[in-house]
Structures are given as structure tokens and as C-alpha cells.
Design a protein around this ligand. Structure first.
Ligand code: NAD
Length: 486
């Protein structure tokens, strides 16, 4: 194993305990956080059990009424100060993200900017929830409609964007006046812990946010949802775990927001600017080493442009510099762990056994860390696993189509509905085609759809609810109306 002192140093000032009721609290045991580029331990954090989870629930339940009644301007100011603090510590956060998750520093810096933006966005939204004064149609009464916080929340985040997934949930919950427990992924808890340290430093009251790190997520969240005091869960992760959580919400009719898996089509039409489409493909596929729910998963390319698109994409992928995220010239880091890497090799084997061809890459890279070669596979059959499942790694699979209706049909033929991309030389046709794509978000001649000001989320089995935009805060607010005989 290669030791990277800079990776360990990035994690040096991180609290190792659980944040419960404003105190960093020890647990009986800890678990290790690894640098996926070397396999070495960079930190050990508290491993909470059900008991600590319930202590955190006591804390957010106690703090809920006062936080709900805190003036929204005050809540907004705390979030705004947190935004300023995260931005002023941009480099430290970026190094921490690269150390625990593996992505290149340039992408970690972009995640800090994107993640911090949710704190600023929700600091602005905190003061905006609207009410309405209505007259009943018979003229006999007045209906006063107001929004109020749903109550204590459970927030569960994945490892792929360890800071941004936390800020977009925490920002919305706190802005709405909800208290929350956040449970980050066990692979990448450090960015969330550091974010919580920042929130405490800028004046967040005790109990408004608790942090629970654990290796037994299912056990702890099952106990929390069975208790009855959690009123909302916001989960980002795999569709399989999302289904389990939705069913657990039934016991106490808890409101679920679910940001789940994707299987994004990336359609390149006959009249598209192929060079622009290849630039877009590199971004939509390779951001985060392909480990993004919005990552392009199925390249559907018109037969007339497929040869040039495939060869340009293969050239660009082959030229990428793979390395440790903390090395400044690195463009592609490791995938998150060995299980993920083995899964990628299996997807390629399956596609090749059905007639697909590897034009570049295709294998795990020997040596320490869980690196995988940037890969392009052409002639991917529609019955292959790579076409039907979320790849979540640096593999671009290309399938050829002959007319746009066929491409739209193939694109929609999935249980997922998160993001889709379309490259077209004709904006009007592109827009009409975008409307026929059954996805919550569509990039039209654009490869990035994430934006704090936009309603991020999926349809079908990609999720429920939206994060960001004007819509995001509403997931944390209930409606109440007061009827008056007047
Ligand atoms: P995962 O579902 O394995 O884990 C996500 C989180 O859930 C982690 O914190 C994990 O500890 C926790 N968890 C695991 N089992 C649980 C259980 N039984 N009960 C409660 N919590 C549990 O997903 P992952 O591998 O960390 O992340 C990858 C997945 O997340 C992909 O499918 C990806 O598409 C999805 N994702 C979706 C979005 C989105 O916004 N739609 C964003 C990022 C990632």
C-alpha cells in the first residue's frame, strides 16, 4: 500500500465523534475511512448504533419547536454565514473530498462551489415561503393558506458527492425550519462532519442538526423510522435501498423524498455538432469518474455520425490521465471500492459476450487503489446488462440508431427517469424531442443539468420530490389552512 501523507493530512482536523445535541460524542467503536486511491486508512470515525441514533432523535425532537419558530431571517443568516465559511475553506474541503472519495481536485473544487451554493440558495429561500388569502366560492368564508415545517427529518446521503448531497438536504431542511439528523455514507463521512463543524461555528443552535456516522445504516434508520417522531426522510442513494425506506415510511406515514438511481440516455442526432457532442459526452460520462446518478449511461448515436463520434470519444478517453485525486494533473481518480471495480469488469464481459467491441480501456489497473481504465465500448446490444443497468463508472457504451423515434423509444425503455441528454442541430426539434423523453431533467446540447436554482429530481423509479430550485424547500413544508367565517 502506498501511503499518501497529504490524504491523511486533509482529514487531520476532523472531529471523530457523533454530533449529538451540540456535543461531539464518542461511540464504543469506530470504523476506518480509506483513501480509495491507495487503500490506506486516513481517519477513524465513531460507529453509532441504535442507542446513539435514538439519542440524536431525542435531540432533534426537543429542538424542533424552537427552531421552527426562529425568525426565518435568523435561519437565513446562519446558512449564509455557513456558505461564506465553506467558500473561505474551499481548498480544505476540496482536499478532503478528494482524499475520502478519490475524485480529482479540480472536480472537488467544483463540488465545493456547487455544494456551497445550496447553502446560499436556501439562505435566500428561507424567507420566501408564501401564504395565500382566498375567498371561498360561496363567499361565506375566508381561507388562509400557510406553510409550516414538517418536523424532525432524517437525511441519508451517498458517497459520490459527499459535500453537495449533504448541503442540498441540510440547507433545505434548516431553511424550512426543520431539525434533522444527517447520516452520511460510511465510505465518505468526513466532508459532512466538517460541514457540521462549520454550521456549529457559525451559530447553529444545539440540536438543530445531529450527525450520525455508522456502518449499520439499515438498523439505525429502521429504529428511527419505527419510533414515530421522524416526520420526513430525504434519501439519496440506490433505488433498492430507496424502495425499502419508502415501505418503512408507511408505518408512521412519513413523507419521503427520494433521489435514486438513473440510466441516462445521451442521444446524438444525425444533424448534431459531433465535436460539441463529444465534449458533452466527456463531461456527462466522466464527471466523478462516471459515478454520478446523472451520468450518461447509454450513448444512442445516429448511424450517420456514429463512426466519427466513437473514434473521437475513444481518442479523448484514451488520453485521460488517471491518478491520485490529490495530484494536480489527474483527470480520473479511482472508483470507490473493489466491489464497484469488479462490477465494471463484469458489465464489460457481459456486453462483449453479446457482440460489443472495446475500442479503448476495458480493464482494472494493477497496483494499489481501485483504478479502472477509461473505456469505450461500441455495438452495445440493448439486451446487455450495460444498457439496462446503472454503470456508475468510467465506461461509455455506444448503441447505434437509425431514426429519432427509435432513439426516443429506446431512451424511455427503462424503469429509471432521472436525467437525459440530447444533442441536436435543430433547437425546435430538439425541444419537441426533449418533451417526449420520460425523464425529470433533460440537457439539450448541454451535458450538466445540476444547478442549485433548478428542481433536481427524477420520475418513475428514479425518485420522488425535488431538491433545489423554488420547489426544494416545499418538500420540507406542510400546508395548513385556516377557515374563518368572514
Ligand atoms: P446506497 O443506496 O448503497 O447508499 C446510500 C446511503 O444509504 C448510504 O448513506 C448508506 O449507508 C445508506 N444505506 C444503505 N443501506 C441502507 C438501509 N437499508 N437503510 C438506510 N440507509 C441505508 O447507494 P450508494 O452506493 O451510496 O450510492 C450510489 C447510488 O446513489 C446510485 O444508485 C446513484 O444513482 C444514487 N444517487 C442518486 C442521486 C440522485 O440525486 N438521484 C445522487 C447521487 C447518487
Amino acid at each position: 500500500m502506498t501511503i499518501r501523507p497529504d490524504a491523511a493530512a486533509a482529514a487531520a482536523d476532523i472531529a471523530s465523534g457523533l454530533l449529538i445535541d451540540g456535543e461531539w460524542t464518542r461511540a464504543e467503536s469506530t470504523f476506518d475511512v480509506l483513501d480509495p486511491a491507495t487503500g490506506t486508512v486516513i481517519a477513524a470515525v465513531a460507529d453509532a448504533g441504535v442507542e446513539q441514533g435514538l439519542a440524536a432523535l431525542d435531540s432533534i425532537s426537543r429542538a424542533a419547536p424552537a427552531w421552527a419558530h426562529t425568525a426565518s431571517r435568523e435561519r437565513a443568516e446562519i446558512l449564509r454565514r455557513a456558505f461564506d465559511a465553506v467558500i473561505s475553506q474551499r481548498e480544505d474541503f476540496a482536499r478532503l473530498i478528494s482524499a475520502e472519495m478519490g475524485k480529482p481536485l479540480s472536480e472537488s473544487r467544483a463540488e465545493v462551489d456547487y455544494g456551497a451554493e445550496f447553502l446560499r440558495w436556501y439562505s435566500e429561500e428561507a424567507v420566501r415561503p408564501e401564504g395565500e388569502y382566498r375567498r371561498s366560492p360561496d363567499g361565506g368564508s375566508r381561507l388562509l393558506v400557510a406553510r409550516r415545517p414538517v418536523g424532525p427529518c432524517l437525511l441519508i446521503t451517498p458517497w459520490n458527492f459527499p459535500l453537495a448531497m449533504a448541503t442540498r438536504k441540510i440547507g433545505a431542511a434548516l431553511a424550512a425550519g426543520c431539525t434533522a439528523i444527517i447520516k452520511p455514507a460510511a465510505q465518505t463521512p468526513l466532508s459532512t462532519i466538517r460541514l457540521a463543524q462549520v454550521l456549529v461555528e457559525v451559530g447553529l443552535p444545539d440540536g438543530a442538526l445531529n450527525v450520525i456516522t455508522t456502518t449499520t445504516a439499515g438498523k439505525v434508520s429502521t429504529a428511527l423510522l419505527a419510533d414515530g417522531r421522524i416526520r420526513k426522510i430525504s434519501f439519496t442513494g440506490s433505488t433498492g435501498v430507496g424502495r425499502v425506506l419508502i415501505s418503512q415510511c408507511g408505518q408512521h406515514v412519513v413523507r419521503p423524498s427520494m433521489e435514486l438511481g438513473g440510466n441516462a440516455p445521451f442521444i446524438v442526432d444525425a444533424d448534431a455538432d459531433v465535436w460539441r457532442a463529444v465534449d458533452g459526452a466527456m463531461l456527462a460520462k466522466m464527471r466523478n469518474m462516471g459515478e454520478a446518478c446523472t451520468a450518461a449511461n447509454r450513448f444512442l448515436v445516429h448511424r450517420s455520425v456514429a463512426p466519427v463520434f466513437s473514434s473521437l470519444l475513444s481518442e479523448r478517453m484514451a488520453a485521460l490521465k488517471v491518478g491520485h485525486g490529490l495530484d494536480p494533473e489527474t483527470q480520473v481518480g479511482p472508483v470507490i471500492d473493489e466491489a464497484a471495480r469488479t462490477g465494471l469488469a463484469e458489465l464489460i464481459e457481459d456486453a462483449v459476450s453479446r457482440g460489443a467491441k472495446v475500442t479503448t480501456g476495458g480493464r482494472a489497473i494493477d497496483g494499489p487503489g481501485t483504478f479502472f481504465e477509461p473505456t469505450v465500448v461500441t455495438d452495445v446490444p440493448t439486451d446487455s446488462r450495460m444498457f439496462g443497468e446503472e454503470i456508475f463508472g468510467p465506461i461509455a457504451g455506444i448503441t447505434v440508431f437509425d431514426d429519432l423515434d427509435e432513439a426516443v423509444h429506446l431512451a424511455n425503455d427503462t424503469e429509471y427517469g432521472l436525467a437525459a441528454y440530447l444533442y441536436s442541430g435543430n433547437v425546435e426539434r430538439g425541444l419537441r424531442t426533449a418533451e417526449r423523453l420520460d425523464f425529470g431533467m433533460v440537457g439539450l446540447n448541454r451535458a450538466i443539468v445540476s444547478n442549485a436554482a433548478a428542481p433536481f429530481g427524477g420520475i418513475k423509479q428514479s425518485g420522488l420530490g425535488r431538491e433545489g430550485g423554488r420547489e426544494g424547500i416545499n418538500d420540507y413544508l406542510d400546508l395548513q389552512y385556516v377557515a374563518i367565517d368572514a
